[in-house]
Design a protein around this ligand. Structure first.
Ligand code: ATP
Length: 283
């Protein structure tokens, strides 16, 4: 395993945010799902070595981040896209990525510039190299954040909500890039987009209250909802969750509503059922 987590615990004040978490991640792309506050960012920050846990062990790329020398080595080999990257607004796109490259110890100027140009090209920002960060759109900033995480071709990529703010075309390009990266690396990304998980991730982990409540493939998460997804012409009342779809029928999760016919489950269905939140949405 490229990354193992055992008994990972973290509290903020009296709030237990990671509750003795055990996880294993191999090569490929793993998606992390969970509602707001489930602990996803806290887990990713811990794995990116920007936050020290209160207890438990992490082993990433064979390295123990609790050991100072191994932590430094791990930092050289990981790329991290934080949830709210703090950008210097007066830097240009090139300057900002170069700044991170300097922090990542890319000391040879020519090699560094080549690497900055490479990662900007990866996220299609090469033509914006001279633009000030403050003039970028939200989606461009997100791509800039992604670019800096790719510096040095890291073996472990940790991406916190990387698709926020991307338009559909950019999201597709992002998926293509990340799935290519995942062929030979470990990529861990958190998201609220179940479509991204279905389209991109080989594995999915669902977190709830600082614990993992599901680990498997997106197909297995969808499959867990089989027999609990229904289409019906009338608004159901017995089902735990339902919404009106574009064709006027109701899609219901949970017990079979009157007149309900079974529907093919998706990742989102499996996820919602796992969280087991009673909601009623009209779309
Ligand atoms: N530095 C901090 N100080 C105090 N509380 C914190 C801190 N960081 C996170 N928390 C709390 O820990 C809990 C988990 O937060 P975390 O950001 O890990 O969740 P998340 O699953 O990433 O949520 P979201 O989907 O909203 O990003 C939340 O209740 C949050 O308020």
């Amino acid at each position: 395993m490229e990354l193992t987590v055992r008994g990972l615990t973290k509290s903020f004040g009296r709030r237990l945010v990671l509750d003795s978490l055990d996880l294993d991640f191999g090569k490929g792309v793993t998606g992390l799902l969970g509602r707001n506050g489930a602990g996803k960012t806290t887990l990713l920050r811990t794995l990116a070595t920007t936050l020290a846990p209160d207890g438990g062990q992490v082993c990433a790329l064979g390295l123990d981040p609790a050991d100072r020398a191994q932590r430094t080595e791990l930092r050289r080999r990981l790329g991290y896209l934080p949830q709210n990257p703090g950008f210097y607004p007066h830097f240009t796109v090139f300057e900002l990525v170069e700044y991170v490259a300097i922090l990542k110890e890319l000391t040879d100027r020519r090699d560094r510039h080549r690497e900055v140009r490479r990662v900007l090209a990866e996220v299609e920002l090469a033509d914006r190299a001279k633009t000030k960060v403050r003039k970028l759109s939200g989606g461009m900033r997100q791509r800039l954040a992604l670019a800096q995480s790719l510096l040095g071709d890291p073996d472990l990529l940790i991406l916190d909500e990387p698709t926020v703010g991307l338009d559909p075309e950019q999201r597709m390009r992002f998926r293509a890039l990340v799935s290519r990266l995942g062929e030979s690396r470990t990529v861990l990304l958190s998201t609220h987009q179940t479509e991204d998980v279905a389209a991109l991730c080989e594995r999915v982990v669902v977190m709830k209250g600082g614990r993992s409540v599901f680990e498997g493939t997106p197909g297995e998460l969808a499959g867990a909802a089989r027999g609990q997804v229904w289409l019906s012409d009338r608004a159901p009342d017995a089902a735990r969750l339902f919404w009106r779809t574009a064709d006027g029928r109701y899609r219901a999760l949970g017990d079979r509503p009157p007149g309900g016919v079974p529907a093919e489950p998706g990742v989102e269905d499996g996820y919602l059922l796992l969280l087991d939140e009673p909601v009623e949405v009209t779309a």
